[in-house]
Ligand binder design. Structure first.
Ligand code: NAD
Length: 367
């Protein structure tokens, strides 16, 4: 890496955000490779990385304007993105919701980690969606355990035996698998369901049961993701799921279909049939809706029949040190791929770059 490469890390500005894009360990790797690293004041403070830890790792801690003005590469987590970027700068982060035409017009090269070809084995170390979903899936179980009025494990004590909690995980992607693993580690009896049949084996390998519905739905779509179901399929699925939901103490939903509204899996009627004290955590809750009829992003409500419904939002940000460490490693892996002799070399014929480079040379790439 040539000495003139300047990489800047900015403080995130989204409400409730506590993560930072690059942790001191990542700074050390870049400075060791000859880069200059600028870190905005207090960028890592909420992730428990004070400015002094960045300085010790070889970074310069500077005001935001200096970082913005001098950076060749800017590292961020997500929107809102910094304003005032200039031609030739490379911006790397999760770019959902970014104004790509404006970035293209400014001549910024915008690189969005969400476009990574995730099935490609050499891209896996760069997979920020997975690293952050892993954190969210883990935390979803803890959030549920926090309000659940009983134990998760079976406990045998002199005062009697407490049965284990029955946990149902709907949607077994990255977050769902981590939720299953976490609930199992806490001793719960876990059942999981997904419309991609290939998930059954993964579920069983984690010591959970796979829920087979009588309505067989072959839900695998493009690129390893689920396909959107027809209205009839959704209806049949919900109809069958209702009875299973009522038999569980904790339901964690994570089902998503890329680019679509999340499927509705837990109706108000299903929640009404749950026993008092049950908990539902909707990890898919977002601006487009969620998997749970009663959930709202960022809102926890208790229904009349005593069920706590949590519209989980931004859970990865609530485990900021672990989530930042993982994201930082994702960025470093991507930087190693992009940099040649200390310069980012944009090559849209490269499979990874074709997925992540969203604007370059004044144009949107269409990725
Ligand atoms: P996601 O967030 O898009 O969706 C979460 C889960 O919801 C998926 O498993 C999906 O099948 C499920 N789902 C969608 N509609 C549903 C419905 N109506 N009912 C029940 N479940 C439903 O998924 P993700 O976590 O981003 O992962 C998507 C895929 O990418 C998975 O196959 C995952 O294994 C794969 N992946 C692979 C790699 C890799 O190869 N290294 C890395 C990351 C992800």
């Amino acid at each position: 890496m040539r000495a003139e490469l300047t990489v800047a890390v900015l403080r995130e500005t989204a409400p409730g955000e506590r993560r930072v894009a690059l942790v001191p360990e990542g700074v050390r790797a870049l400075t060791d490779a000859g880069a200059r690293v600028l870190v905005e004041n207090a960028a890592g403070e909420l992730a428990h990385h004070p400015d002094s830890s960045y300085t010790e790792a070889g970074a310069e801690v500077v005001p935001r304007e200096t970082a913005l003005a001098q950076a060749g590469i800017l590292l961020v987590l997500h929107c809102p993105l910094p304003t005032g970027l200039r031609k030739g700068q490379v911006l790397i982060g999760l770019l959902a919701g970014a104004d790509l035409p404006a970035l293209a017009e400014r001549g910024v090269t915008a690189i969005g980690l969400e476009g990574l070809p995730r099935k490609l084995s050499r891209a896996q170390s760069m997979d920020a969606l997975s690293s952050q979903d892993n954190v969210a899936g883990y935390k979803a179980v803890l959030v549920a355990a926090q309000v659940y009025p009983r134990y998760l494990p079976m406990l045998i004590t002199a005062a009697g035996t407490a049965p284990p909690a029955r946990v149902l995980v709907l949607g077994v992607g990255v977050a769902g698998l981590q939720a299953i693993g976490t609930a199992r580690r806490l001793g719960a009896v876990v059942t999981a369901y997904d419309i991609r049949p290939e998930t059954a084996e993964e579920v069983r390998s984690l010591g959970a049961s796979f829920l087979e519905l009588a309505t067989a739905i072959a839900g695998s779509g493009q690129g390893g993701y689920a396909r959107a179901l027809t209205a009839e399929e959704e209806q049949a699925q919900r109809h069958e799921l209702d009875a299973h939901i009522a038999r569980h103490d904790i339901v964690i939903t994570t089902a998503r279909v890329p680019g679509r509204k999340p499927p509705l899996l837990v109706t108000e009627q299903a929640v009404k049939a749950m026993v008092s004290g049950s908990v539902v955590v909707d990890l898919a809750a977002g601006p487009l809706g969620g998997n749970v009829e009663l959930s709202e992003p960022g809102v926890t409500r208790v229904t009349e029949n005593g069920v706590t419904v949590i519209g989980a939002e931004g859970l990865a940000a609530t485990v900021p040190s672990a989530a930042s460490a993982a994201y930082s490693r994702n960025l470093l892996a991507l930087l190693r791929h992009l940099l040649h002799e200390g310069e980012p070399r944009i090559d849209l014929t490269d499979e990874i770059q074709a997925g992540v480079v969203r604007t370059h040379d004044g144009r949107e790439t269409g990725a």
